[in-house]
Design a protein around this ligand. Structure first.
Ligand SMILES: [Cu+2]
Length: 463
């Protein structure tokens, strides 16, 4: 809707009669009609310094240089972004974990057309939940995300407790050779296992960056795993640290991150109490596997603020509808490997292989064709996904459009976390409950992109 002179005059005439100041009303009207100022997110092919040997070519980003920007939104306030496609490949944006209207979800053909080279698409939505989220294309994702198109989103809540500092960390790998240039994004034999790991590991596109933080202060560290493959096991050394939120939602009970495993797509919010001594170093580590790594460090600066982590008020819960487990319908979901090698004609960057299946169907890609939805859900009803992992790999299974609550696991005690991504372990059965309160077609897929693109993807329909 555009603001014509006639509409403007009519509105101000009414406002004037009601005794509202003309200029104030004019501002209100133009804001209501135009919406928030859109953020421009233009895809670009750039060079970036990711290794000492020199600059890497064919890096993809939003903007003109460096890492995609950290987007800041406010809970309950409209947000708008214009995606302009400046690269020679169709693209879209998916807002991972944010409960957006279906048309804004960024999945090509399921909810929107491709955004071709030189074209644009306007995204507009109001994030209902506060927390740490992220954004990425849903088109040719192994290539586009693998080359850089992954950014972090912070949705602020004015009622959040007061921290002395906040650090946002985008964790991801790159598949680079010794010369600093991209090598093949995947190997089929790895895609059929845990996925193909990167060769260079970064935090905010840097190797082990160091940030200053006030000594004795409370730091909110927001980390997002935007990698296409890597599962992390987090530990903090050198300071007291507590997990305050996972995947954007407050944890019912805070706990220390002691090799806490999180997969691609997941987010970790930590409260870190910095040491009192100036110069003391705190490290965020990945302790998984045979090559543990310090991901980033914090250095205490200044005189101690002498804060206490126990003074932090709990984070406000997000307004996610409570599942009624007693009346819920159950949806069985078995994750398996498949021997069936269908010709993978997914239209949005399939790998040409099928290694994985959901309920024995190796799905062709992000497109609904030729397969019907995994399940038809009735709007407003409660559902429980009974998900079973029959494979020897762990899978970060992500549901678009709605948040679920983790109800139970067959292998470990679980907190009733609200989330959009569950890292299911081999031989685990888990129950995920949710209310189908967002109409549309919603993807449900593994966020190890090679698994997603070789069969482990599907969608549910809410009407
Ligand atoms: Cu997987």
């Amino acid at each position: 809707m555009t603001l014509t002179r006639r509409k403007f005059l009519n509105t101000t005439a009414v406002a004037g009669a009601a005794g509202i100041g003309l200029s104030a009303m004019g501002k209100l009207v133009s804001r209501a009609l135009a919406g928030p100022d859109p953020v421009t997110l233009k895809t670009a092919r750039i060079e970036a310094k990711l290794m000492d040997v020199g600059r890497t070519r064919d890096v993809l980003t939003y903007g003109e240089a460096g890492m995609p920007p950290v987007l800041r939104m406010k809970k309950g306030e409209p947000f708008a972004a214009r995606l302009i496609n400046g690269i020679d490949d169709p693209t879209t944006i998916h807002w991972h974990g944010i409960r957006v209207p279906n048309k804004m979800d960024g999945v090509p053909f399921l909810v929107q057309p491709y955004v071709y080279t030189g074209d644009h698409f306007d995204y507009q939505f109001t994030p209902p939940d506060a927390g740490t989220f992220w954004y990425h294309p849903h088109c040719n994702t192994l290539e586009q995300m693998g080359h850089g198109l992954t950014g972090v989103i912070v949705v602020e809540n004015p009622n959040d407790p007061q921290f002395d500092a906040e650090k946002v960390i985008n964790l991801r790998d790159w598949r680079l050779g010794d010369d600093g240039q991209f090598i093949d994004q995947f190997r089929p034999r790895d895609a059929a296992r845990a996925g193909t790991y990167g060769t260079v590991r970064t935090a905010n596109w840097l190797d082990q960056p160091q940030f200053d933080a006030p000594a004795g202060g409370l730091v909110r560290l927001r980390a997002a795993i935007t990698d296409v493959t890597r599962v992390y096991a987090f530990r903090v050394e050198g300071a007291e640290a507590a997990v305050i939120a996972l995947d954007g939602n407050p944890v019912p009970q805070r706990f220390a991150p002691d090799a806490l495993q999180l997969g691609p797509g997941q987010r970790l919010d930590l409260a870190i109490r910095m040491p009192d001594d100036e110069g003391a170093i705190v490290s965020l580590r990945d302790v998984r596997g045979t090559k543990p790594k310090i991901l980033a460090t914090l250095r205490a600066v200044g005189k101690s603020l002498k804060r206490d982590v126990r003074d932090l008020a709990p984070l406000e819960a997000n307004p996610v509808a409570e599942v009624d487990a007693a009346s819920a319908q159950h949806i069985s979901l078995a994750l398996s490997a498949t021997a069936e090698n269908v010709p993978a004609d997914g239209i949005c960057g399939s790998l040409g292989y099928s290694f994985w299946a959901i309920n024995k169907v190796p799905w062709p890609g992000d497109t609904p064709d030729p397969t019907a939805p995994l399940a038809d859900l009735k709007i407003g009803r409660s559902y429980v996904i009974d998900m079973e992992n029959l494979t020897p790999q762990s899978h970060p299974i992500h549901l678009h459009g709605m948040s679920f609550k983790v109800l139970s696991s067959s292998t470990r005690p679980v907190q009733p976390l609200v989330s959009d991504t569950y890292l299911i372990q081999p031989d685990e059965k888990v129950q995920l409950g949710f209310v189908a309160d967002n109409p549309g077609d919603w993807l449900l897929h593994c966020h190890v992109i090679e698994h997603q693109k070789s069969g482990m993807t599907s969608y549910i329909r809410v009407t």
